[in-house]
Design a protein around this ligand. Sequence first.
Ligand code: ATP
Length: 362
Amino acid sequence: MTDVTLAPLRIGILEGDDIGGEIVPAAVDIARAAAELHGASIDWRPLAIGAPALATHGHTLPPETLAALETLDGWILGPIGHRAYPKLPNAINPHPILCKKFNLFANVRPTRSYPGIGCLHQGVDLVIVRENNEGFQPDRNMVAGSGEFRPTDEVTLSVRVTTRTGSRRVARAAFELARQRPNKHLTYVHKDTVFKLSCGMFVEECKKLAVEYPEVRVDDVIVDTFAMRLVRDPQSFDVVVTTNMFGDILSDEAAGLVGGLGMAPGLCIGDGDVAMAQATHGSAPDIAGKGIANPYAMIESTRMMFEWLGHSRGNDGAVKMGASMSRATTAALGDAQARTGDICGSGNTASFTQAVLRNLSL
Ligand code: ATP
């Protein structure tokens, strides 16, 4: 039997669109260097996706790419600029399909403040765990048909899906994360005052699980109150678990507190088979090709993936990669000449990447 702790990690590189071609190579260069430093063995597999794949393979999510992903431990998914895709059956947004197919039901989105980069608050260190595959999102909450439909020209209906299983499993991912963090505090965010059945079910499942995690302090906050408290007092939160659309909106709000979308990483995980590193931001066509995109979110998403794979596969090299990348990225953020303009720097994508590489150490 193969010892998974020694087997190379098989990692896909899916650049995506627009700034993806700039920030994904930056993240890969840093991960390669960190792997070399720690003797971690990685089998990198570049795969076609997005607008370039439509040109070369006739599909934004080619069947070859999907088949290759099935053989991997994880992958880096660059931003997808699907809003600019032509209206063709083969020009689809791959993201929801990947999340459904690989059962990536938890989207883990950290928010951390750093000095000097234009954060609205210091001392912020929270993680929003967003349910990823159901809720209001019509592109993924149905097996067939759409969760959004228009019976007459006057009426449009959006169906929100909440399941006990979906609620329980994302809550478990959040409890697991909370119990590993120093503050061991989990906040459920919902609106069960109005969505009595759907949010009600979500909160019921969170509360049922709480008995299994007595070391985690829990509370629940109504979503509108949470949106206000996040702006005024983000330091009072640690891990936050919520449903799909609330999590999508609140994680962008949280990013706004600490320098914007370039500072918003994310990791999509499920029951433990694979992990997908995916920054929260889009493909930023307005700045693509200028070499000024902030690669932090993509680098940090990649780092989170290696740390997670390291723990789930017992791969010590990958865990150490994650620790080295974290120290190097923090040091690079402290260098105003290296960091990008969106976070009060005078550098660009290349200078930030070089600064992270320079600071990598055991
Ligand atoms: P989507 O809906 O696909 O997530 P979006 O509408 O949120 O996309 P983005 O592409 O994320 O839009 O861009 C929003 C703004 O944030 C743009 O002005 C963009 O330039 C900026 N932005 C996004 N990512 C970065 C980044 N990594 N570095 C610098 N600026 C960024």
